[in-house]
Design a protein around this ligand. Structure first.
Ligand SMILES: [Zn+2]
Length: 384
């Protein structure tokens, strides 16, 4: 839609470009004028933050401050991309309508920005240098570390993500750290980090598809430095978490972690490659299954995930919570909200503090119903 002043509205009015990027020419560098955070999110956050909570409230959602959510809201890969800011809007609204309005309550935790030294816990110095250059608004079309920002958004120039992506990345990872610290200190039992961009495809020295910083990997290493003895990552995203796997493998080779202290269990049905795991990783491929739905995930839990998790006996569980195996997502798999609810309850029965961290899932309806189901499970009493 062309505005009266000649600028173009795209992506439902979320962004305005001050140059015409719709021509057949190679995309030019756009100048974003990000829109304000939608009033619906702001009013949800306001009500949550104003509420008096019961004393035994041990579940938390992060981020719940306007500044952090706005930073993630401002980042877009460009129009028509499936990983869109509206994912967050729909998630906050769904949690409010389907749980908060029905009387469920959770602590509202403010997000924070990741520091450079925290970023360097898992990412290389080259990665950090490129990240800082983007943050300063430099044109880095030639860089390798963050080239996937372009790959994830092939219709636009590298610069179309602009410096906004870096503040979104810092808040995404910082919010996971905020919840992790509360879990380690015993101040919460479970948490859900509603963050974007995702992280589990990002490796030590390069970003992965639709991903920024490896939020979960950073939280794992931070947790170990804060006193956690054993951290388990369960990756439920339908895509293989090659980033987390590579990072853990490298850290193990560098003797910075041991398999006794950090374990990744990755259930996946696509982006397979060789099923040979690197480092402290147990792969649970579902590629050969005829149909992939609740039963296949339940079987994988019974066969591998739960026995290995119990044997490992973690004092913190981080879940890479991708919902792209959900029924309704374009990947075409069939996991239902009921399935995600049950899987979450199975993980709760391990008895460890647990943080859910949003990864993939791009159909807005199935994304929301799946995340609500997991949150419902985190909030519900454990059946006796
Ligand atoms: Zn995915």
């Amino acid at each position: 839609m062309t505005n009266d002043d000649g600028t173009i509205d795209i992506w439902g009015g979320l962004y305005k470009f001050t140059e015409n990027v719709a021509s057949s020419e190679k995309p030019v560098r756009p100048f974003y004028v990000p829109s304000e955070l939608p009033l619906t999110i702001a009013s949800v956050l306001y009500r949550w933050n104003q509420s008096v909570l019961p004393n035994d409230c041990s579940i938390a959602v992060c981020p719940c401050d306007i500044e952090s959510v706005t930073k993630m809201w401002h980042h877009t890969w460009g129009p028509s991309h499936v990983e869109q800011p509206t994912r967050l809007q729909q998630l906050y609204e769904a949690l409010d309508k389907d749980l908060w309005e029905k009387g469920f309550r959770w602590q509202t935790i403010s997000g924070r920005s990741l520091t450079d030294s925290e970023l360097s816990l898992v990412h290389s110095s080259e990665f950090l240098n490129d990240f800082l250059a983007i943050e300063q608004g430099k044109d880095l079309s030639h860089t390798n570390a963050l080239l996937n920002f372009t790959y994830a958004n092939p219709d636009f120039s590298f610069c179309s993500v602009g410096p906004y992506i870096t503040s979104a990345c810092r808040v995404a990872a910082g919010s996971v750290l905020a919840l992790t610290k509360l879990a380690i200190s015993g101040r919460i039992q479970h948490g859900f980090a509603l963050v974007r961009p995702a992280g589990h495809h990002s490796q030590s020295d390069k970003s992965g598809t639709f991903c920024g910083l490896n939020n979960v990997a950073i939280a794992c290493i931070a947790a170990l430095s804060w006193g956690a003895k054993k951290v388990l990552v369960v990756d439920l995203d339908v895509h293989r978490s090659v980033g987390t796997e590579e990072i853990f493998s490298r850290l193990e080779k560098e003797n910075r972690i041991t398999v006794e202290r950090l374990l990744l269990i990755d259930i996946y049905a696509t982006f397979g490659g060789s099923h040979k795991a690197q480092g402290p990783t147990i792969l649970v491929p579902l590629m050969d299954e005829k149909e992939i739905g609740d039963q296949q995930y339940f079987d994988a839990f019974e066969r591998v995930v739960l026995p290995k998790a119990k044997e490992f006996n973690p004092d913190l569980v981080l879940v890479s919570a991708g919902f792209d195996a959900a029924k309704g997502d374009a990947e075409g798999f069939q996991v239902t909200p009921r399935g995600y609810q049950e899987l979450t309850m199975q993980l709760r029965l391990l008895g460890s503090p647990m943080i859910y961290v949003l990864e993939g899932g791009y159909d807005l309806s199935s994304l929301c119903s799946s995340a609500v189901a997991c949150m419902n499970s985190l909030l519900s009493p454990i059946p006796r």
